[in-house]
Design a protein around this ligand. Structure first.
Ligand code: ZN
Length: 149
């Protein structure tokens, strides 16, 4: 496991073995990071400048991943630098998240695409945005799901 410099980890997170959390990642509270997850931080990676000189720290921009409260990232998923993983969303195992993931979305594949919506309890929502497991009701607002209290 690697938790690089300037990585922020919230309270009650669970980070599994072999995860790679590179410089600039910000994890909210209650975030799950599965085994082998990789959170990258360079949108335009190059080992050297066009003239062949090695790049220094000042020669690139850190684009850390942000993972909002309660989100879960499955085993061996990759999140590209600068991507925001919305609250209570779920990134499937082996997915490659190249774009922001809305709150409560479940995404899978490469590039990751939304396949369903998830409740805070982790289980899927039905077509009416109700969780069959815990009964919580939700509503779609601005292309993201929110919980109705
Ligand atoms: Zn639920």
């Amino acid at each position: 496991m690697l938790i690089d410099l300037d990585v922020q980890v919230g309270s009650r997170c669970k980070i599994q073995n072999n995860a790679l959390l590179y410089h600039g990642a910000v994890l909210g509270d209650e975030v799950f990071i599965g085994p082998g997850v990789c959170l990258t931080n360079d949108r335009y990676p190059r080992a050297a400048a066009p003239d062949g000189s090695l790049k220094a720290d000042a020669d690139w921009v850190v684009s850390g991943v942000s993972v909002e409260r309660g989100a879960a990232i499955g085993a061996h998923a990759v999140v590209v630098g600068g991507v925001r993983i919305g609250a209570w969303s779920m990134v499937g195992s082996g997915a490659v998240a190249t774009r922001d993931v809305p709150a409560h979305a479940v995404v899978a594949g490469n590039p990751a695409r939304r396949i369903e919506w998830a409740c805070r309890c982790g289980h899927p929502l039905d077509a009416a945005f109700i969780c069959a497991t815990c009964g919580a009701k939700h509503m779609l607002v601005d292309a993201a799901v929110v919980v109705l209290v």
